[in-house]
Design a protein around this ligand. Structure first.
Ligand code: FAD
Length: 577
């Protein structure tokens, strides 16, 4: 720690410390401010926005439509903010985060450029002691993790990286001033979502672009464009109604959905449906039939359709073959692209297959793969994140009886509802593992978690409780339930970052909850109205007082039975635990 960086003495006792100032930390702070609680947010980055502060690579944009990928907690905010595109680019999403921070006066309680290094529960005092790399040592009754599911960038330790004399970038840590690749020989490692978004744009600048591909991914065209003013007006005429329709969906966002089973349709009918949904583009393509992610035979038909699309765009059949995935369609996170496959028809773009023999090493002047040295001026690592738990791993979190979170999660994360974990009282996770998180539209997922936590904290104040912590049997049942439901979906069958497979040595556990957003929300509501079932509240003076529903009132979700996935139905059928 740099001693000059130590701040002058300031407040050291808070009701809550929040780690992270992305959309989760910002909304949590806003709610606690409204509740009149004292809160301090620490954020490693220099400003708000989280994902959208860090991921400034060319082409970065959301893949849930902007009209839905936004906060819903404030009707005026909903009306006043205007998105310029159907899927808005990173600078605009970051501008939105800044607008929210200004509008709700959030920055006064946030300390930027400050990384939380440790959080320790003091059992005598029933509070958390939080330490930062800037020398802060503060205590708080609640420690709230808003560290993000996709915030710990992963750069594989390639041999010889240090010898490389060119520049190395990670898409998740892109330089703020931007990078000009004009006239340069560029290599990009990875073909996941960030690579698929950035490759077409980098290709426009670079003299040559060499793409190192381990596993091809499916991508559906975004058909992005300027916001349709009529569409915007139609939604804004009844935004709450539109948001409610979205909440009723397993994904937490609304799109036309055809519930019919794939194989009930004739081949002609299927083709027509696929074309119709392809023309709409993006993630909603998965709504072409009701069972695409659950029945292998159904999935085979959509996978073949997508491969035909790739072959129809890419001229060279050998390259097209390399770009065609042979795994389950949608098993890994489906990518959404703008002119991705077209790029491979450009003579200066090269695809290098590293599926059989991984990249050997970096040299002073390039990268060696398949015994060939590719001369490069710069390398872009589009190698993703240590998803879901990566940012927790970087903080020394110590609960009751000296238990560390890393020890507890050694074999994979264990949580109750993805909100909390046994051994760590008054410790909340926003979109933690075991909640829908990355399988749903993340902003409503964040808002629902925060509202639940704020109701919980309010209830603790009502009854005078000092601590809240789940019980082991409820946590074990929830973990079993998360695993059981995941097995119903084809998504659990492949090596994706959902199961930690992108990073060697990580335990293979399906981390997000796949039962669907409405089933999950209903479960959270029940737990709350049953008096925080599965939790122990200690120190309460009034143990009989039933919780009041305040913030969570807007999460009384109606299930949209039409679009219930088999996993959601199965989840709903699992006895309430
Ligand atoms: C390129 C990209 C595109 C995406 N597009 C979509 C989309 O279209 N739809 C969707 O639903 N989701 C999308 N996501 C997921 C996205 O992460 C979430 O939608 C959302 O932004 C998460 O907000 P958050 O606040 O939970 O986490 P983040 O935005 O990740 O913020 C977490 C913050 O915590 C900070 N932090 C972590 N550890 C510490 C520490 N120890 N001390 C201090 N600060 C710390 C980080 O610096 C970070 O700023 C995308 C993700 C990426 C990477």
């Amino acid at each position: 720690m740099n001693s000059e960086a130590i701040r002058p003495a300031e407040q050291t006792k808070f009701d809550a410390v929040i780690v992270g100032a992305g959309f989760a930390g910002m909304y949590m702070l806003h709610c606690l401010q409204k509740l009149g609680l004292s809160a301090r947010v620490y954020e490693t980055g220099g400003d708000v926005g989280g994902t959208w502060y860090w991921n400034r690579y060319p082409g970065a944009r959301c893949d849930v439509e902007s009209m839905q990928y936004s906060y819903s907690f404030d009707a005026d905010l909903d009306q006043e903010w205007r998105w310029s595109q159907r899927y808005s680019p990173q600078p605009e999403i970051l501008a939105y985060a800044n607008h929210v921070a200004d509008r709700f006066d959030l920055r006064r309680d946030i300390r930027f450029d400050t990384r939380v290094t440790a959080a320790t529960f003091d059992e005598g005092a029933n509070h958390w002691l939080v330490e930062t790399d800037q020398g802060d040592r503060v205590s708080a009754q609640f420690c709230i993790m808003a560290v993000g599911c996709l915030s710990a960038a992963n750069t594989p330790p390639f041999d010889g990286m240090k010898d490389f004399e060119g520049s190395i970038y990670h898409t998740g840590h892109w330089p703020h001033e931007g990078v000009d690749f004009t006239g340069q020989q560029i290599g990009i490692i990875g073909t996941g979502s960030s690579a698929i978004q950035s490759i077409p744009i980098i290709a426009k600048q670079a003299k040559t672009l060499t793409v190192f591909q381990r596993t091809p991914n499916y991508a559906v065209p975004a058909w992005n464009g300027p916001m349709d003013k009529n569409y915007e007006a139609e939604i804004k005429a009844d935004y709450p109604g539109f948001r409610a329709k979205a909440r009723a969906r397993p994904t937490g966002f609304y799109f036309p959905f055809n519930a019919k089973p794939t194989l009930d349709a004739s081949p002609d009918e299927r083709e027509k449906k696929y074309e119709e949904f392809w023309a709409r583009g993006g993630l909603p393509f998965l709504g072409a039939f009701g069972d695409l992610l659950f029945e292998k035979e159904a999935n085979d038909t959509v996978a073949e359709f997508a491969r035909r699309k790739i072959r129809s765009v890419v001229d060279d059949p050998v390259i097209a073959d390399l770009l065609c995935p042979d795994n389950i369609f949608g098993c890994k996170r489906l990518c959404v692209d703008s002119n991705y496959y077209e790029v491979y028809n450009e003579p200066h773009v090269k695809l290098v297959d590293v599926s059989k023999r991984p990249i050997e090493r970096f040299t002073k002047t390039g990268v060696i793969a398949n015994s060939i040295e590719y001369e490069l001026d710069a390398v872009v690592c589009a190698t993703g994140f240590a998803a879901m738990t990566g940012s927790f791993d970087k903080i020394k979190i110590i609960g009751r009886e000296g238990l560390t979170l890393s020890k507890k999660w050694e074999a994979g994360p264990r949580t109750y509802l993805g909100l909390s974990t046994v051994g760590f009282p008054n410790f909340f996770m926003i979109t933690g593992p075991g909640s829908p998180s990355v399988l749903a539209n993340m902003i409503p997922s964040i808002e629902q978690h925060v509202d639940w936590m704020v109701d919980c904290i309010s209830h603790m104040r009502d009854v005078g409780a000092d601590t809240i912590e789940p019980t082991l049997s409820y946590e074990d049942d929830w973990v079993d339930h998360v695993n059981a439901v995941s097995e119903i979906s084809l998504r659990s069958t492949c090596s994706s970052w959902y199961v930690g497979a992108n990073i060697p040595g990580r335990p293979r556990v399906f981390m997000p909850y796949i039962g669907g957003f409405p089933v999950y929300v209903t479960k959270c509501n029940e737990v709350m109205t049953n008096g925080y079932e599965g939790f122990v509240l200690k120190g309460a003076e009034d143990t009989n007082k039933l919780p009041r529903v305040r913030w969570t009132d807007r999460w009384q979700v109606e299930l949209d039975i039409e679009v219930m996935s088999p996993a959601a139905i199965a989840a709903g059928r699992v006895p309430v635990i």
